[in-house]
Design a protein around this ligand. Structure first.
Ligand code: KIV
Length: 305
């Protein structure tokens, strides 16, 4: 008898809501079958449940947590402990999707031992199934060490936000012939290192298409055009919860900011105008207790006279 569950919830058919567990093997299978891979970020339990139950293949706890949730200026400030706190919350909400944790700036650049230790924390304490690391060729050896520790790794190349100070801003990468060559070398190095997938951020569509057909690892694009094997967007971006002008590639699927503002204003107005709470929104004493209380209060009033 095998003790390892191979599928999600046994006994349920797909029509009854059964969804097989997505693994790194599923991603490769999707690439081979030209089945687009879907990925969205999530940073807390509620969002994780909604994203997972909507059928996303992958949930990424991105270090975009820094700006989207924690209000930092960029991703450089977010710490291991902050990331881990949110990975744990997301883990509790995700059942079928593959859970990826972003390794924050400083958690893998200093030394290999530290990097393996931090990646291990995401798996052991956070329940992540894959860790994501920014950088190409220069990270290939490190990635091999992490994979040797039985931890699948997602690569991330192109516009890598943790390099914002080196890039001199958030700039589309791979626009020159030498830039293209650099990106191709990065992608091939990650593929050879055995990554589970490669995130391609902020690169020309033509370059992303070349990389996608060159590597065996599935590519997940963000601002990298439609030829990638999959797409990722930031939860707060697609819901208009980011308080700024969106990047070119962001498509807004709902205006949650307007919806939330409307609900909060309506609640405030109801409280100010004594419209909330109503009697049916209040708890009541049991009938006998109420009768007893009325008697006590009546006696007290009589004594005061
Ligand atoms: O942090 C993040 O959300 C990311 C995606 C944009 C790929 O790394």
């Amino acid at each position: 008898m095998s003790l390892t569950p191979i599928t999600g919830r046994p006994g349920l058919s797909e029509r009854e809501g059964f969804r097989p567990k997505i693994t790194t093997a599923t991603l490769r299978e999707y690439k081979l079958n030209h089945e687009p891979i879907t990925c969205l970020t999530a940073y807390d339990y509620a969002a994780a449940r909604l994203v997972d139950e909507a059928g996303m293949d992958m949930v990424l706890v991105g270090d975009s947590l820094a700006q989207a949730v924690l209000g930092y200026e960029n991703t450089l400030s977010v710490t291991m402990d902050e990331m881990l706190h949110h990975v744990k919350a997301v883990r509790r909400g995700v059942k079928s999707a593959l859970l990826i944790a972003d390794m924050p700036y400083g958690s893998y650049q200093v030394d290999v031992k530290d990097a393996i230790m931090n990646a291990t924390r995401f798996v052991k304490e956070g329940g992540a199934e894959v860790v994501k690391i920014e950088g190409g060729e220069k990270r290939a050896d490190l990635i091999r060490h992490i994979i040797d520790a039985e931890i699948p790794v997602a690569g991330h190349i192109g516009l890598t936000p943790q390099s914002v100070n080196v890039m001199g801003g958030y700039k589309v990468q791979g626009k020159s012939l030498s830039g293209i060559e650099h990106l191709m070398r990065d992608a091939v190095a990650l593929d050879r290192a055995g990554v589970a997938c490669i995130y391609l951020e902020g690169i020309p569509r033509e370059v992303a298409a070349m990389i996608t057909s060159e590597v065996s690892a599935p590519t997940i694009g963000i601002g990298a055009g439609p030829e990638c094997d999959g797409q990722v967007l930031v939860f707060h971006d697609i819901l208009n919860l980011t308080f700024g002008p969106p990047a070119k590639f962001v498509r807004r699927y709902a205006d949650a900011a307007a919806l939330i503002a409307q609900a909060v204003q309506a609640y405030r107005a109801d409280v100010k105008s004594h419209q909330y709470p109503k009697d049916e929104e209040s708890y009541h004493l049991p009938r006998e207790t109420k009768a007893g209380l009325d008697t006590v209060l009546a006696r007290k009033r009589a004594m005061r006279r």
